[in-house]
Design a protein around this ligand. Structure first.
Ligand SMILES: Nc1ncnc2c1ncn2[C@@H]1O[C@H](COP(=O)(O)OP(=O)(O)OP(=O)(O)O)[C@@H](O)[C@H]1O
Ligand SMILES: [Mg+2]
Length: 500
């Protein structure tokens, strides 16, 4: 028998009468990495919130080193040596990196003064450990989402936790950052620490985990050593059925040119020219920091630009997101927290908010039945896991919130739909639903732009691919001429061996 440092037994959790965890067991072993996998809404984050005292369990027992424990707040689980790196980042954006790392446990001098130098020196040490060269005095808000994720990890390391929970840590990391994280995880393991690793990226699980616990719909399916599993088996256990063909791209005959961009430049991008046709899915590949998002935000009217934009053959200017929406361009941002979905509003309100005029009758009143059935349709089409249209958005799992933010944009029936990292944090089954939707909208005449850091995904679903490097376009490829290596070569700006 392996030595379990934590064992959770018969855990059940109800939210207002709805059971989201049913009799679940979970073990965490010493010096080893336990993967926790399951579809969006399976209960992974909830189980970890119970372990760390964010939520109280309805039933069950938790043992830490064979002693029963029951944490009722995060402070006490932290004091017991458990660090939790949340899926939705928990940093204070307007504080510095150092302040965030030492928040609530600032070192003080004999007379009660905060020792800022010590905070920044220590922070520097932990940043160094995870390969970050940032100044600890830098404000968190100025960092990319990926870097913020790494700061959370530095913070967990600085807490000297024995058990570290990582809830989708690589979602926003570049490939190089992820590799760095994996080597940190290996070090931690070698030092006898235990890790719970939640991810939808199954390749990673085979790279770093020792065991896998699989949840489905709040129930434990199995716990197995990684050697006994392969990707297909895990998927089958997660979704309860076999998934065929992951990327269901369909061929359409592309139509007329719908968008043309000529010599677009601003503080982020330089001399960008490309076009997009009707019934076409255009992929935008590139490394994190290649200004793909900034390019899309420019086209969406957020940043001023020089150069020309043509819509449907006529020259136009896009000066604000409202302007863009009116002209038929919708943009689903990569950053869920800041993309206009609102935690305190219910699922229906979030979906229909930007398209309320569709539901107005002749007197200007909202036709509630229409609004409701439209929201219901998106929930059904996209398999959004919610107890109903009235559930508050903040109570949906991370992946399901992502689907709502896509639905919210689809409902405006745009001509051009821009999706920025649409499947980040989305499980395999739901990913396929998103691909199917992209195909469906494409065949109905929409034009789609997909930014993705997942190259197999870009290759799998796009008809044409442009690759960005340092704010410019370094190449444009037809799907049939594209492969992983060519895209990577273009993404790093030619020299494949010098991409750091
Ligand atoms: N505070 C809450 N109130 C009501 N329901 C909740 C609450 N927190 C979570 N849930 C529900 O519990 C279920 C499990 O959610 P959880 O966030 O644990 O899923 P997950 O496995 O982490 O999914 P993902 O991969 O999308 O992050 C979901 O149906 C969710 O809507
Ligand atoms: Mg989760």
């Amino acid at each position: 028998m392996k030595d379990a440092v934590v064992s959770m037994k018969h855990i059940t959790k109800e939210f207002s009468g709805v059971k989201v965890l049913k009799d679940v067991n979970l073990n965490i072993y010493k010096g080893s990495v336990m993967a926790l996998v399951g579809e969006n809404g399976a209960g992974k984050s909830t189980l970890m919130k119970i372990l760390t005292g964010v939520y109280l369990k309805t039933e069950g027992e938790i043992y830490l080193n064979n002693k029963p424990v029951n944490f009722t707040d995060t402070r006490s689980s932290q004091n017991a040596g458990i660090a939790f790196i949340h899926q939705e980042l928990n940093l204070v954006r307007d504080l510095s990196i150092g302040e965030n790392i030492f928040i609530g446990r600032e070192p003080v001098s004999g007379n009660g003064r905060i020792l800022w130098n010590k905070i920044y020196e220590n922070s520097k040490y932990w940043l160094n450990k995870i390969g970050l060269k940032e100044d600890p005095r830098e404000l968190v808000r100025n960092l990319s989402v990926g870097k913020q994720q790494l700061i959370e990890i530095a913070k967990a390391l600085s807490l000297d936790a024995k058990i570290i929970i990582m809830d989708e840590p690589t979602g926003a990391l570049t490939p190089a950052e992820s590799e760095k994280l994996f080597s940190v995880i290996k070090d931690l393991k070698n030092n006898g620490k235990s890790i719970i690793y939640i991810s939808h990226r199954l390749q990673e699980i085979f790279q770093i985990c020792d065991d896998v616990t699989i949840l489905r719909d709040g129930e434990l399916i199995d716990e197995r050593p990684i050697e006994e599993l392969n990707e297909d088996k895990i998927i089958e256990m997660m979704v309860g059925r076999k998934l065929n063909e992951q990327y269901p791209r369909i061929e359409t005959t592309v139509g007329k040119e719908i968008l043309k961009v000529e010599h677009l430049s601003n503080q982020f991008v330089k001399d960008i020219s490309f076009e997009l046709r009707q019934k076409e899915t255009l992929g935008v590949a590139g490394l994190m920091g290649s200004f793909r998002t900034e390019l899309m935000r420019t086209i969406y009217g957020i940043y001023p630009y020089t150069g020309k934009i043509y819509l449907d053959g006529s020259k136009t200017e896009i000066r604000s997101p409202k302007d863009a929406l009116n002209k038929g361009i919708a943009y689903v941002t990569e950053d869920r927290k800041n993309n206009g979905i609102i935690g305190g509003m219910n699922v229906m309100e979030n979906i229909t908010l930007s398209a309320l005029k569709k539901f107005r009758g002749p007197l200007g009143w909202i036709n509630n039945d229409k609004e409701k059935s439209s929201a219901d349709k998106y929930i059904k089409d996209m398999s959004i896991k919610t107890s109903g249209i009235n559930q508050l958005l903040k109570y949906l799992s991370g992946g399901n919130q992502q689907k709502v933010s896509i639905a919210k944009n689809l409902i405006t029936e745009p001509k051009i739909l821009i999706l920025d990292e649409p499947t980040r944090g989305v499980d395999v089954g739901a990913r396929k639903e998103i691909y199917n939707l992209i195909n469906k909208f494409k065949s109905e005449g929409m034009s789609i732009i997909v930014i993705s850091s997942d190259i197999p995904e870009i290759l799998g679903i796009c008809d044409r691919i442009i690759v960005m490097h340092e704010g410019g376009i370094s190449g444009s490829l037809e799907q049939k001429d594209a492969d992983q290596e060519t895209i990577m070569t273009l993404a790093v700006g030619k020299d494949v061996h010098n991409n750091e």
